[in-house]
Unconditional design. Structure first.
Length: 125
């Protein structure tokens, strides 16, 4: 990456990147709303036979019994999925087009189409 001397309010274009260098892309992942434990954490669910009729997609036990008598913080279960800050690390720059102000990156970019992303020099090479 070229080292530009950028002042506040100045416009920055893709000419600061070079083809072949590595970048990190930061964006907001797509929101999925409220999701169960099977979808959110890839739990296997219960057995489909042996008398199980309503436990197919249940997460199972969340904690112990009387001791500790509560569910530990951070334990995996149902809840809001997606809409998080996600970093795609060490992606290769394949195309730099200063005329169209276009930057091509090999790999997947977090978030929905036309979403806002931050592109910066790769932290880990």
């Amino acid at each position: 990456m070229k080292d530009p001397q950028v002042q506040a309010g100045e416009k920055v274009d893709v000419s600061v990147f070079n083809k072949g260098e590595r970048v990190d892309v930061i964006g907001t992942s797509k929101g999925k709303g409220f999701a169960g434990a099977v979808k959110r954490y890839h739990f296997s669910g219960g057995p489909k036979t042996h008398g199980q009729s309503d436990r197919n997609r249940a997460p199972g036990s969340r904690s112990s019994g009387t001791t500790p008598g509560r569910v530990y913080k951070g334990s995996r279960g149902a809840g809001h999925m997606g809409n998080d800050r996600v970093t795609a690390s060490n992606l290769k720059v394949e195309l730099v087009d200063p005329e169209r102000n276009l930057l091509g990156v090999r790999g997947s970019i977090p978030g929905a189409r036309n979403g806002l992303v931050v592109i910066k020099e790769a932290r880990k090479q």
